[in-house]
Write a protein that binds this ligand. Structure first.
Ligand code: NDP
Ligand code: 8X3
Length: 252
């Protein structure tokens, strides 16, 4: 039987490319997200490669919906070898004094509490089998703070702290815990951040070549193909034209 990976937020961007990469490595997949049609399309695309793909359609902010979705899986699919905690977003880019409370809730409820909601369900099986790998998609915003990034950066700093905390707590159980910390990646991320304003989103990547979702999936491929005794704690990657969260080099 093939090993199983669960990827949250597989309807778009990094999650979608990571699902494709893991199918290529011959993992059966559980793919999650709120857009069911996209999950079904991905299942259709990947199943001919010989892996089983199970869509789970729920909002990760909703703890009871998350539990219900998990419990709907047959027992053999509740054996997760790799968990990719990817579902996440930035909402808004405002200074703290004019920030929108709904945006703040969305970010913390998804990036932090959503990650906890799903992870809590998966850890017991990993502990039982004394095996597993949890990869949290963090960000350069998990170690740096930039103007108007306030709450998003705080949520990703929390992801970094949780990654370290999980690694310590799960140490006796032989479970690997890692994070990936990309800089700019062109996905639907900026469209979501700017509430659908595609012009504002395009401006983020103007004059430079950002990372794409495949670049990040390839970094994850490296992490999941290390031998059992090797864990990559954190893998930070950026476009060549980006030196930090603040310094970019753009063509004029
Ligand atoms: P996308 O917007 O392309 O993808 C985000 C994914 O998260 C979608 O599949 C979306 O699915 C899912 N998601 C968001 N909210 C929820 C929710 N409430 N419940 C379930 N799923 C949800 O962005 P990226 O691929 O860029 O983002 C993926 C991760 O990478 C995020 O954690 C982001 O913070 C991080 N990241 C992104 C960077 C970038 O520059 N793009 C850089 C560094 C980190 P759906 O809408 O169908 O529910
Ligand atoms: C996304 C990258 O620089 O917009 O996490 O925070 S950044």
């Amino acid at each position: 039987m093939l090993p199983t990976a669960l990827i949250t937020g597989a309807t778009s961007g990094i999650g979608r490319e990571t699902a494709k990469m893991l199918a290529d490595l011959k993992y059966n997949l559980i793919i999650t997200g709120r857009r069911l049609v996209r999950l079904e399309m991905l299942k259709k695309e990947l199943e001919p490669t010989g892996v089983e793909v199970t869509p789970l359609n729920f909002d990760i902010r909703d703890r009871s919906a998350t539990i219900k979705a998990w419990e709907s899986l047959p027992e053999n699919l509740q054996t997760i070898d790799i968990l990719i905690n990817n579902a996440g977003l930035a909402a808004g880019a405002d200074p703290i004094q004019t920030g929108n409370e709904e945006d703040w809730d969305r970010m913390f409820d998804t990036n932090v509490k959503g990650l906890l909601n799903i992870t809590k369900l998966i850890i017991p099986g990993m502990i039982k089998r004394k095996k597993g790998h949890i990869i949290n998609i963090s960000s350069i915003a998990g170690s740096e703070v930039y103007a108007n990034g306030n709450v998003y950066c705080a949520s990703k700093h929390a992801v970094q702290a949780l990654t370290k905390g999980m690694r310590i707590d799960l140490l006796p159980h032989n479970i690997k815990v890692s994070s990936v910390s990309p800089g700019m990646v062109e996905t639907e991320f900026s469209i979501v951040r700017y509430h659908g304003d595609t012009k504002a989103a395009d401006k983020v990547y103007q004059g430079l070549i950002p990372l794409n979702a495949l670049d990040v999936a390839e970094a994850i491929r490296f992490m999941v193909t290390r031998p059992d005794h090797v864990n990559v704690n954190d893998l930070q990657l950026m476009p060549t034209a980006q030196a930090s969260a603040i310094y970019n080099h753009r063509a004029q």
